[in-house]
Design a protein around this ligand. Structure first.
Ligand code: TRP
Ligand code: SF4
Length: 363
């Protein structure tokens, strides 16, 4: 797993050695005890590190005005479970008082990925935004915008471009292709957009792959008049490894990933082939027990399928004590996944109706 390089590829699909990366870039371990009723992902170490978490926790506990923001990159027509985790984390902050912003990175998709603005808009409206709502975002309490409709964001992106140098860009990203530079300064403008009318703290939950953007944002702010923007907090999420246990979760290995939406049959087929922490034979597993912490099925339970901590612990114990075998355990994961997928489809249907009423920001 990667973790030694000075660069994180913001367009890569590599899974990183999370602890190594966090140490290397000086990101602190996440402290769940600072947060009120921490979510499943916070309790289970999926949210594993953070910058500025003390300030964030204080803003929440004191009921201060703060925001949560994420961006949608509308390049595909399905989302992976890592995106689900980011959306659920935004939903957590939304429920804990955050003014919520979700933007569609259509300019980035066009410049860096070759998706036309028209196509990006269509995908966002027909799929991504309903999916985010189905995963728990309250559309009535969320500000949505497309980068290409937001003149303030574009103006600020231009302004911020004057605050970074090509060398710095290379040092942070490892390369400096013009579309990536455009996308990066635009992303800084997105991250700071909610402070346009009012200087305030924000939280940006991301996969570690997005940390270069976060670092650059911090640098840009520090180069401006200190009073202009508050440096936002960021939370880092671990993404599901591929079900076959390999470190890539790229589109070139669709067999290892469950995406949304998926048919229950397709998802179960993948679960049945997943790498487990089971032993070579049933006898051995009964005797020695399984190894849940090496098991991708257990990882699915932990990150996505089981909300209740005691229930999860019970499965861990059953597995360790050799009281449950992998076949049966996978069957259980399939049933839970199926219930989730069916529920997701239904919520998508409802969300599609709701989003017709969304008033997209235009500036
Ligand atoms: N670059 C992000 C991605 O690839 C999308 C994005 C654009 C974003 N602006 C953002 C994410 C602001 C977080 C915050 O998915
Ligand atoms: Fe994984 Fe379940 Fe097998 Fe344990 S019993 S190793 S949790 S599949």
């Amino acid at each position: 797993m990667k973790g030694d390089s000075d660069f994180i590829d913001v367009y890569g699909s590599e899974l990183y050695d999370y602890d190594k990366i966090a140490r290397r870039f000086g990101i602190a371990g996440f402290r769940r005890e600072l947060f009120p009723s921490p979510s499943r992902l916070m309790r289970r170490g999926v949210v594993f590190s953070a910058r500025g978490q003390r300030e964030l926790a204080e803003a929440i506990s004191k009921g201060k005005d703060y925001y949560a923001l994420t961006g949608i990159m509308p390049t595909a027509d399905r989302i992976h479970l890592g995106t689900k985790s980011v959306v659920e984390t935004i939903a957590y902050f939304q429920e804990h008082g955050a003014d919520t912003f979700i933007l569609v990175a259509d300019l980035e998709a066009a410049a860096a990925r070759g998706v036309s603005l028209k196509e990006a808009r269509k995908r966002a409206l027909e799929f991504y935004i309903p999916a985010y709502v189905a995963l728990g975002i309250n559309p009535e309490k969320t500000h949505f915008y497309f980068q290409s409709d937001n003149k303030t964001v574009m103006n600020n992106a231009y302004r911020f471009s004057g605050k970074v140098t090509l060398n710095e860009f290379r040092a942070v990203y490892g390369n400096a292709d013009p579309p990536r530079i455009m996308a990066a300064v635009t992303q800084i403008a997105d991250i700071l957009y909610p402070q346009e009318r009012k200087r305030r703290l924000g939280v940006i939950p991301v996969g570690i792959d997005q940390d270069p953007h976060i670092r650059l944002t911090r640098d840009v702010i520090n180069r401006m008049k200190r009073s202009r923007y508050v440096v936002p907090s960021s939370l880092y999420l671990k993404f599901m490894p591929s079900l076959d246990g390999s470190s890539k979760m790229s589109k070139s290995r669709p067999e290892g990933m469950i995406e949304l939406p998926s048919s229950p049959d397709e998802a179960c087929r993948k679960i049945k082939r997943a790498l487990t922490g089971g032993r070579e034979s049933v006898e051995l597993q009964k005797k020695k027990g399984g190894e849940p912490d090496k098991c991708m099925v257990f990882e699915l339970y932990k990150q996505h399928l089981i909300e209740d901590d005691r229930e999860l612990e019970e499965i861990r114990r059953e597995c360790r004590e050799g009281r449950i075998m992998c076949g049966e355990c996978k069957q259980r994961a399939c049933s839970l996944m199926k219930a989730f997928l069916v529920g997701f489809d239904k919520k998508m249907g409802d969300a599609k109706k709701k989003i017709k009423k969304i008033d997209f920001l235009r500036e």
